[in-house]
Design a protein around this ligand. Sequence first.
Ligand SMILES: Nc1ncnc2c1ncn2[C@@H]1O[C@H](COP(=O)(O)OP(=O)(O)OP(=O)(O)O)[C@@H](O)[C@H]1O
Ligand SMILES: [Mg+2]
Length: 490
Amino acid sequence: MYRMKKLINVLVIEDCVADADYNVNLLQRAGYVVTSRRVETEDEMTSALETETWDLILSDYSMPQFTVHAALELYHAFGLKIPFIVLSGAIGEEKAVQLIKAGVHDYLLKDNMTRFISVVERELKEADILLKLDSLSSALEASELKYQNYLENAPDVVFVADETGRFITINKAGCELTGYSKQELFDMSVLDLILNGSIEWKQKRFYELLQSGSLNTDFELRHKDGSNRWFAVNVTQLSDNQFLCFAKDITVRKNAVLEVMKAREEMQNLNKYLMDARENERATVAMEIHDELGQSLTAIKIDLNWVLKNIADSEKSGQKISRIIEMTNDTIKKVQRISSELRPGLLDDLGLATAIEWYSDEFEQRTGVKCNLTLEDVPEGDERTNLALFRILQEALTNVIRHAGASSVCVMLRQVPGGICMVIEDDGIGISLKKITSGKSLGLIGMRERARQINGTLEFVKTSAGGTKIVTFIPFQPMNPTPDENSRCR
Ligand SMILES: Nc1ncnc2c1ncn2[C@@H]1O[C@H](COP(=O)(O)OP(=O)(O)OP(=O)(O)O)[C@@H](O)[C@H]1O
Ligand SMILES: [Mg+2]
């Protein structure tokens, strides 16, 4: 039979040189190209194993200075897997079984070597296969480790959950982005973390997933610290009861979108509010002029008619004319008040502080609510700033009398680094956070918008006594405004 010449390096553990040569010779005759070394002590075998790589070990059973068992111990100590074949005189079945148990691949009698070559061939082939399997499985292990490493350190959340939503595995990002430890998560269900929607909504999504095998949606989750986070979630079914899920933290993007939507809604509400307010203002002016001016002027007309008829009686006429003058004065005051409410001339002529003083005085007299003023000498702002602060004051004081149930209010105006600050503080019942953030409190939005339009800020704060404090900050406006910026506004 044609056999490809195969190179093998054989370690022969044998005290009898002739036996060793004979065995090597058998291998060569079978077509192997053999290199070999004979050893007969533990030291010699150790040095052989340390210095060379071997394909096959042939060993005698017992030698004057060495035994096969001692040789086997060394073989294992070096972690070898090459074929180890024992060739010896008769040793009895019990010892032969012991040898096989100790890891010997086969056992042959020296005086019956007919199976020798076929045993060597079989064992070399098996060793070769084992070697290949070994390298395959360590390659597989390495690649599995690599993927586990990727998933564990991925920036996004990766987890596997069962059909009830319980976590089976989850990576590091899952812990970081939810705030829970792996152990805590393993005791929870994905559903425990999801915020948006009712229980039915969550179950419906889950049912959809079970039906279609995949799900792609945004979820709002509750972080352990109580804050909410948005995740774009992508789920794929792995088996009947396992789901693989990738989740990306999109909180920043989502909040930006929600903020833009909220701002847009506020702007729309404000627009509508401003239009309504203008109409209401016109109606109020019309009514005031009708009721106040109309009645006064009618009375003047009646009295003037009387004067016309009784002009002969000079004493009576004198009294009447005095009354007419009184009423006319009254009317003039009313006209002044109405027009000042609409557009306080004081603001343009004498500045913000004087206008605040006048308005607060009016407010105190009209409502009986004490108004304490602290007006520091602030640099005079431009027309837009003065008007914005004055309108904010008007709305704030109107709210105080309509909603606060306050007995006093403090108004403070002062210069702070970079701008002017106006604080209006009442000792009433306070505004709820819900009203402040609802987007429907158009008076409050209007105040904030007035400040925002001139690059300022306005905040509603609850005082320690429970009342409301409105803090407005307006940065100094650039000098020499353009004619357009300086145009009158209201
Ligand atoms: N100083 C305050 N103290 C207590 N509650 C207040 C105060 N100011 C406002 N509020 C509350 O905030 C709500 C919203 O105020 P906002 O000025 O926006 O509306 P409004 O005064 O009710 O109506 P309007 O649009 O005519 O101003 C009020 O309805 C009131 O409940
Ligand atoms: Mg209001």
